[in-house]
Design a protein around this ligand. Structure first.
Ligand SMILES: Nc1ncnc2c1ncn2[C@@H]1O[C@H](COP(=O)(O)OP(=O)(O)OP(=O)(O)O)[C@@H](O)[C@H]1O
Ligand SMILES: [Mg+2]
Length: 161
């Protein structure tokens, strides 16, 4: 089920990180964040912000070095990039088991198996200019609705760079 969308503008990578960091306190074990949008749209940048918001000490690396990164903060943040995978390959990664231990933030998350997309917050990134991005959140399922409400409740001051 797809609920109404809620868009936010970002005028810098720092702002994108800050929106994500502001959302992080709302996250709990079992949450799925689907990140979608073209190459260079800011999906990894958003994960860096989530990690900061969860006080993860590890550095979020470029996704090309691996498929799955575990970042330990207040919660385990599992950073996944499905760019190079086919949808059926994504089903074999054991992500459902990781989800029992932490939060999944998945670039190219539209390739997740349907069961993992059923209850999730989706953030779609659109490139509007060299440094401007539009981040549109949509809810999938009941938990997605709760996270969308948290996203809608963020105010600009929380995302100040
Ligand atoms: N407002 C913005 N928010 C995020 N990134 C921005 C913004 N403005 C410019 N950028 C730049 O866009 C790029 C975003 O890179 P990032 O790796 O986060 O994209 P991505 O969506 O993960 O791409 P990929 O699909 O290749 O993994 C960076 O070079 C960043 O500096
Ligand atoms: Mg990326």
């Amino acid at each position: 089920m797809i609920a109404p969308a809620a868009s936010r503008a970002s005028d810098s990578p720092a702002r994108t990180e800050a929106w994500a960091a502001a959302l992080a306190p709302a996250l709990t074990v079992g949450d799925v964040i689907i990140l979608r949008g073209p190459l260079g749209a800011g999906k990894t940048c958003f994960v860096i912000g989530l990690a900061r918001g969860l006080v993860a000490p590890a550095r979020v690396r470029s996704p090309s070095f691996g498929l799955i990164h575990e970042l330990h903060g207040r919660l385990l943040l599992v950073h996944v990039d499905l760019y190079r995978l086919a949808e059926r390959e994504a089903a074999g990664l054991g992500l459902d088991e990781l989800l029992e231990r932490g939060v999944l933030a998945v670039e190219w998350g539209e390739k997740l198996p349907p069961a993992l997309r059923a209850d999730a917050l989706e953030i779609e990134f659109a490139i509007r200019g060299a440094a401007t991005r539009e981040l549109t959140a949509r809810a999938h399922g009941v938990r997605g609705q709760a996270l969308l409400a948290a996203w809608q409740a963020l105010d600009g001051a929380q995302a100040g760079p």
